[in-house]
Design a protein around this ligand. Sequence first.
Ligand code: GLV
Length: 306
Amino acid sequence: MRFAIIAPPIPTQKWKDNFEKIAPHIPLVIGKDSNYAEEVVCAMVWNQPRGSLKSFKNLKLIFAMGAGVDHILKDDTIPEHIPICRVVDPQMAFSMTNYILMALLNHHRSFYEFQSSQNRKHWAQFEFIERPVKVGVLGIGYLGMRAANKIHDLGFSVVGYSNSSKKTAFPSFFGNEFKEFIEQINVLICTVPYTPKTHGLLNYELFQKLKHPTYLINVSRGNVQIEKDIIKALDMDLLSGAFLDVFEKEPLAKDSPLWNHPKVKITPHIASLTYPKESTRQVLKCFSQLEKGLPLKNQVSRKKMY
Ligand code: GLV
């Protein structure tokens, strides 16, 4: 019996080192090594190339080493009967929340304006006030809910939206109440999973419906946004700024106009990272539940796609 790791080189090395420390009794396969393919029972994956699990004929479990599973589900060569589970880690929620707070507070406290006055050695004591913000968290799943609660606890006015009804400490909307949600906010934080329903959701039509201008923070997936529409909305002042961690194509192309746009802040898909130790603990636990025939924790619904 072997576990496999299929991921781009940087996380692979970290996960391998960590896995070998925690589970030295389980040999690993890195990539789709055909010498041992038949022995692989569990694949830990992140952004696996299409078809790369095909040679694992005895695969019993696929484990997503990140919060999103869109990269797994887009691989139509994966047999339907193999359960897919994902890591759900409070440490990931902590770092995602901190990232969102950083983006929100920099906007709320006009940090970029102060930075620009510092560059000019200008003492702008009374020129910028706290911006009144009404924050909308679009997607109150595990990560979005944690961030929304923290923002609410800080005393901000927050509303949330999700597909299904959720019990929340702040007003929240679901299903066909999207319009009501979107029309009242001036900071839009996007934490939705990527599915056919959320593809291109952050588009010009949506930006027109927001309170103007709205500040956009996207930490979900690049294909949830239409980048040319973001630029158009920024240039028309429908959006006051955009803080983006994800992009339609990653790495972001050198010639993307987003890089130099004065109202755009860019980070390279780092809002929340996978912590190898906890992910390894969870994959081992999950596999042992499977072996015992117990219900699996954090199993992905192929229908919902998250
Ligand atoms: C990162 O984007 C993740 O899905 O964990």
